[in-house]
Design a protein around this ligand. Structure first.
Ligand SMILES: NC(=O)c1ccc[n+]([C@@H]2O[C@H](COP(=O)([O-])OP(=O)(O)OC[C@H]3O[C@@H](n4cnc5c(N)ncnc54)[C@H](OP(=O)(O)O)[C@@H]3O)[C@@H](O)[C@H]2O)c1
Length: 293
């Protein structure tokens, strides 16, 4: 007997960097999606206004009972979370997990969508590791999506957006995984709507639009921005410069690759794109294609 595909999808924390792209990807393939937004969220104004497949409800992310009522009312099978990491959304995800578990949600897609988080407290995105441990402890199946760095975030990582110069900490010659956010969003919508639960439950997805080094990407900016090698990003006018320097150093150590194993701290380059094939026939945007858009 063939397995039933998941039918009902909700997303929580549909912000401009990640979540709204996923909403649009669902709508682009004609799949209904429920957006759960905080009572005061203004992000909903950026959502398509007149798509019958889109429904928006508001709820308090700190109230498990409020969220679980919404999930139950809409019989949600899959809850996708794209809550912010930097402004404290991921640390509050346990409440969303409790709500999902209580409401009988079958799969939780946590807010990952980046590199493999570090394991130890204080490490890069360690809050995502803590969440994965928590979800497992309550028996909530997850699908973690690792895509490396969005192309769109390279100007942030290199302080190009702040300074007009493409800063590379040290040599920038270690390959990492880079993916267009539109490909990540399209991928999430595609696999959740086409693959049976047995291929999605408690799975770690590794996708990669292009394997590249920061030096190679910097070279693509020739004629647009100068490339500067440095020991650390400039701090003047660059918010969170230390964090970005720390991030680049982690990429230089190999942690920017989706094949990175945070336990052994080694990279298996072959496996970095192991799940690209789940989106049969898809053309993954290259960095230069994304830059031209
Ligand atoms: N690979 C990459 O290059 C890359 C780049 C960016 C982000 N990411 C990852 O993508 C995920 C989403 O990040 P993002 O940058 O897309 O987030 P974002 O747009 O900054 O925010 C997403 C949502 O988080 C909610 N939110 C804001 N403050 C919150 C708080 N204090 N508590 C709970 N929720 C809060 C908001 O929901 P409402 O709209 O309901 O208010 C917002 O829409 C993160 O895991 C991040 O690490 C990856």
């Amino acid at each position: 007997m063939s397995e039933q595909l998941f039918k009902s999808f909700a997303i929580i924390g549909a912000g401009p960097n990640t979540g709204i792209h996923i909403v649009k990807a669902f709508l682009a393939i004609g799949a209904p999606i429920l957006v759960i937004a905080r009572p005061a969220s203004t992000n909903v104004t950026a959502l398509p206004a007149d798509d019958p497949n889109l429904k928006v409800v508001r709820a308090d992310y700190t109230s498990a009972s409020e969220i679980s009522t919404v999930l139950r009312e809409h019989k949600v099978d899959v809850l996708i979370s794209t809550v912010t990491l930097v402004f404290g959304g991921v640390v509050g995800q346990n409440v969303l997990a409790d709500a999902a578990k209580e409401a009988g949600v079958k799969l939780f897609v946590p807010s990952e969508f980046g590199i493999k988080p570090q394991l130890a407290k204080g490490g890069l995105a360690f809050q995502k590791t803590d969440f994965a441990v928590y979800a497992k402890s309550i028996g909530l199946p997850t699908l973690r999506v690792f895509n490396g760095l969005f192309y769109e975030f390279v100007p942030w990582l290199t302080a190009l957006a702040d300074t007009g110069k493409f800063h590379i900490v040290n040599k920038g010659e270690t390959p990492g995984s880079f993916t267009a956010v539109s490909d990540v969003a399209g991928y999430v919508a595609h696999i959740l709507t086409t693959q049976p639960p047995s291929r999605l439950l408690d799975v770690e997805i590794q996708i990669e639009g292009q394997r590249a080094t920061l030096s190679e990407i910097g070279a693509l900016y020739k004629g647009r921005a100068p490339v500067v090698h440095c020991d650390a990003l400039p701090t003047e006018g660059v918010v969170n410069a230390h964090f970005r320097t720390f991030f680049q150093k982690h990429v230089e150590a190999g942690g920017g690759s989706c094949g990175w194993n945070p336990v052994t701290e080694s990279d298996d380059a072959e496996s970095a794109s192991k799940d690209n094939s789940r989106w049969e026939g898809h053309h993954w945007l290259t960095v230069s294609e994304a830059l031209e858009q």
